[in-house]
Design a binder for this molecule. Structure first.
Ligand SMILES: O=C(O)CCC(=O)N[C@@H](CCC(=O)O)C(=O)O
Ligand code: ZN
Length: 338
């Protein structure tokens, strides 16, 4: 079996629920479609880099799916010579076809085994995606020189003061990879959010279980299929092509990056939970000290310091889930870089 027109996204969306595995060859290697939306590509030459590129963990975040589909198409067509091990994931084809973020439960809250505590169609998918990542990294060399990367590409519900930004997973030793940050700077990513607690996101899973340099990468605002301006991703696309071809990461000065500590995760603690923000407030909007940013019958959250800002505000979710992040800018010089 082959992938018609090298269009892995079309194949995935045409078979959203399941797909029998099949193998394929392409000019620079061999591959296997392991399940719908899960494609592993192995280069002919051995490589010391294993890259996971995922998109569409939220079904309506179409731009990143189109971006990675272009990369796959060019690899399969022989226009891009694959030089690294590559696992491509289209996260949630059922939700993508329904043009919705998720069907029953937010898939990006189900990793690190959290799927065991939920019910819905995303549960099986989270377990399957964990397995795909486990199998992929298990096949990589255990030598300490081998580099494991996972970029989980998303787009945001709202507009943003910083159009492109990454969420850095919690790292216990607070040492941050200069090379990864320099790669983001070179890819026109404007800001980095440093998490300070474990989460149940996909990128955190790859980091915590497999020691990967793993990030949630936000690439702008959500648009339907066909309405994305892929030229907005040009810098990242160019650098991903270099990574996939040469196994090397483009780098720029970190001085262009705005760094933020995640101070607090706002959690919806009651059905009465509300955020005191306008409907169209952008990510990274700042507030003044004492401002009652969130409240419910059970709690009130007051802004701790003028300049603290909100990211991912959202109350359209079940009690117990994250309703936003409160972040505070810090200097890049304050980071311990390795
Ligand atoms: O725009 C929003 O509110 C959500 C965009 C999105 O899907 N963000 C990810 C971030 C994951 C992380 O914190 O690493 C998510 O909420 O799952
Ligand atoms: Zn998302």
């Amino acid at each position: 079996m082959t992938i018609l027109n090298h269009d892995f996204l079309a194949l995935t969306l045409a078979n959203p629920n399941a797909m029998a595995p099949f193998q394929l060859t392409f000019p620079s290697g061999t591959g296997v479609v392991e399940e719908t939306g899960i494609l592993r590509l192995e280069p002919t030459q051995t490589s010391r880099v294993s890259v996971v590129l995922s998109a569409g963990i939220h079904g309506n975040e179409t731009g990143p799916m189109e971006l990675i589909n272009q990369l796959v198409r060019d690899i399969l067509a022989g226009k891009l010579t694959l030089g690294v091990r590559l696992l491509v994931i289209i996260g949630h084809p059922v939700a993508a076809n329904a043009a919705t973020r998720f069907c029953d439960v937010n898939l990006n809250r189900l990793f690190s085994g959290a799927w065991r505590n939920y019910a819905g169609i995303e549960v099986q998918r989270a377990e399957r995606l964990e397995m795909a990542v486990n199998d992929f990294y298990a096949l990589s060399s255990t030598d300490s020189e081998h580099i494991r990367l996972h970029y989980d590409l998303h787009t945001a519900i709202r507009g943003s003061m910083h159009e492109k930004f990454v969420v850095h997973p919690f790292v216990e030793n607070a040492h941050y990879s200069k090379q990864q940050l320099a790669f983001f700077a070179a890819s026109e990513i404007e800001a980095v959010l440093l998490s300070h607690q474990p989460t149940t996101t996909f990128s955190y899973y790859s980091h915590s279980v497999h020691g990967a340099h793993a990030f949630t990468v936000e690439l702008g605002k959500v648009y339907p299929f066909g309405q994305n301006d892929l030229s907005c991703f040009a810098a990242l696309e160019k650098n991903l092509r270099q990574l996939l071809e040469k196994g090397s990461l483009a780098e720029s000065s970190l001085s262009s990056l705005c760094i933020f500590n995640v101070l607090d995760a706002l959690v919806k603690d009651d059905d009465s939970y509300e955020l005191n923000i306008d409907q169209d407030v952008k990510n990274f909007t700042q507030f003044t000290e004492g401002y009652p940013l969130a409240q419910s019958k059970k709690s009130v959250y007051r802004v701790k310091q003028t300049g603290d800002a909100i990211v991912f505000p959202n109350t359209n979710l079940p009690v117990g889930q994250r309703a936003g992040l409160v972040v505070r800018a810090i200097s890049v010089d304050a980071l311990s870089l390795i």
